[in-house]
Every structure is written in structure tokens, then in C-alpha cells.
Design a protein around this ligand. Sequence first.
Ligand SMILES: [Cu+2]
Length: 406
Amino acid sequence: MAAEPAHSLSRHAMYLKFEHDGEANSGGVGPNRGAASAVADGSRLRSKASGFIQARLSRAKPAPVCRNGMRRMTCCVETPFVVWNENRNGLTSSTASRLPAALASVGSGGNSMILRKLKSTRDNVVVRLAAIAAGLFISGAAALAEGAGEGHAVPGQMGLQRGTTPIAHEMHWFHDQLLLPIITVVCLFVLALLVWVALKYNEKAHPVPSRTTHNSLLEVAWTIVPVLILVVIAIPSFRLLTRQLVLPDADITMKVTGKQWYWTYEYPQDQGGGFSFDSLLKPDADLKPGDIRLLAVDNEAVVPVGKTIRVQVTAADVIHSFVVQSFGSRIDAVPGRLNETWFKPEKEGVYYGQCSKLCGKDHAFMPIAFRVVSEQEYAAWLADAKKKFASTDNSPVAVAAADGAH
Ligand SMILES: [Cu+2]
């Protein structure tokens, strides 16, 4: 029997011989009483198994029902795993070399040996699946760590843009350390339950369904546990929202107005400015080396590093939304209403954002660009900007709302 080619028919034969010989012996009824004689006579087994295969292939007879004790996973769950695995991988894997030996052992009375072989094959599958899962997890984590761009997204990035303000750090902690682990555990738990139910309580393995309808402890648990999870999420969530929306004392206040389809930045006179300018997407033809297509603008807003910047946000036409991911800032720009957000950049650089409210045909083409510079550079820029933008708006610009009047 060892010389027999280990094609799928043989594997199937092994399974059928091993598990359903009792049925073959007794005409399809009664307990598994033919097993002992099957071990004693390998050739007889083979012919019986072949008969079963023929019956199965021709579909003249329904699939054999397991009579080997419904609680045993090895009977109706394990073997499909073997067949599945072999069909998927062909016979190139190490299991291929083990199968002829397993078949040979039938003739020498090795039922328990087959069982061990099957178990080791199942373990192999589990190990492989675990390896795949671990690989995905590691590559995902690496992508999360590497993919973060400084001030903008990068191709192939997974995860959030690197944060550069206290709020952004807190948001990232909330997402990476709290939400992601919770959703991962919940998903894996639900997946495990589904797999368990599908394998253990399918029609084949569990032909007589349970009549259980209530389990008070279980029902209380699946009500209380999600509530507790939501409470655990809600506490830091509300704390973060509060920190975002309650503005600290600001060093600089500026005003940003969303328009179809660009942004206007105003630096009030009482904040050292007294000018405003429009900031439009740079067309492809104007891009210089280092510019990022669809993010670079003609006039960037400039702010000093390490200062608390308060941004008053409104719109002139339709609703826009002021979002700079690296700052953790997101606030709607609503015509006739003055919203506020704030950020305190920790690092110099250029940080990009986008309008995040569908506002018309060029919604995708009105980026936000903030250049964070040192205080000296900021002072120099202010002086230049006053001259550069003075002609565009002669009316003095002042902070729209008194401090603390929000
Ligand atoms: Cu917009």
C-alpha cells in the first residue's frame, strides 16, 4: 500500500477507512464496531473504502455520517483540514511524504498512528496560519511605524501621519494604544467564535441541534462587557475632545476663511500682522523641486515653532472644513459662524492639510499649508509679508472676537 500513488483518492480512502469502516461493515447502522476487524485486514479495508469513494463520487449515496461520537473534533473536522490542505498545496509539502506512510500503517494495524499523523498535519496547518497572521501583524506594525510622513502622507502609508502637537500625540495614543488593540481583540474573539461554531456545530459534526435558548449568565455578560468597553473608550475620548475644543491662552491668533476653492489667511494687526492673503493650489506647471503635487500652495501660512496658535475659522460661501492632520486640528468652516481650533507645533517643517467637507467641484484642490519656522524667521517673514501683502488689503485686520469670549 505504501507504493500506491498518494493522490487525493488515496487520502480520501484513508479517511473513509479510518472513520467510517463501522458503517461499511454494518450496512450503515449501528456503532463503530467494525474498527477492530479493519485494523486486522488492510486489503479488505481498501476495497471497502474504494466502494465508499465510488459511492461518494457518483453521488448515489449521501455523504457518510460520522458515528464516532459527535463531540470528537478529530472525526469530522480534522480530515477535511487534511484534504483541504493537500488540495491547496498539491503534494509538494512534507505532508505528502507522510501520507503514504500513514496509508501503509493501515495494513499493519496503525489506526492510532494515522490519528497521530492527522493531528500533526492539523498542527502544521495551525502553525502555518499562525505564521501568516504573525507575518501580517509584523508587516502592518512596520508599515505603521515607517509609513508616517512628516507633515504629509506618503505612498503606501498605513496609520496616521506623524503628530507634531500635544493634541496630535494624544490622538495617536488614543488610536494606536487604545482603539486599535480593543478592535483587534474584539475582531479576533468574534472570528474565533465564528470558526468554533462553524467547525463544531455544523450539520455533519453536530447533527442533533441543541435546544438551549437562554443562558442568563451569558446574556448578562454580553450586555455588560460591551458597555464596559464603551466606557473605557469614552473616558479618554471625552477628555481629548475637551482638550481640543477648550482653547488655551494663545500666543498668536489668526483667521482662516474657506472659499471656493482656496483659503484666505489673515494675520490681525494687533497680533503683529495687519494683512491677509489668499493661498491657492500650485498648478503642476509651477511645481519646483521639493514641492508636493496637489499639496503645495503659492502662499503658505507661517507660524513660529513652540507657540500656541489659535485659529479662527469661517467660510465665505459654502461649508468647508479646516483639517491639518499632523496638528490634530479639525474644525468646520461655516459661513456666518466663527469656529476656533488651536495647535502648538513642536517641530519646524511644512505641514499640509485639506478641506474635509465636500464643498464643490474643486473641493479636492484647496490644500492647507503651514510652514513652522523659528521665531526669528517668523519675525522676518512677518516684516516681508507686511510689504508683500499690504497692497492686497488696506483695511486693518483685527481679531474678530475678544479673548476668552468663546
Ligand atoms: Cu472646501
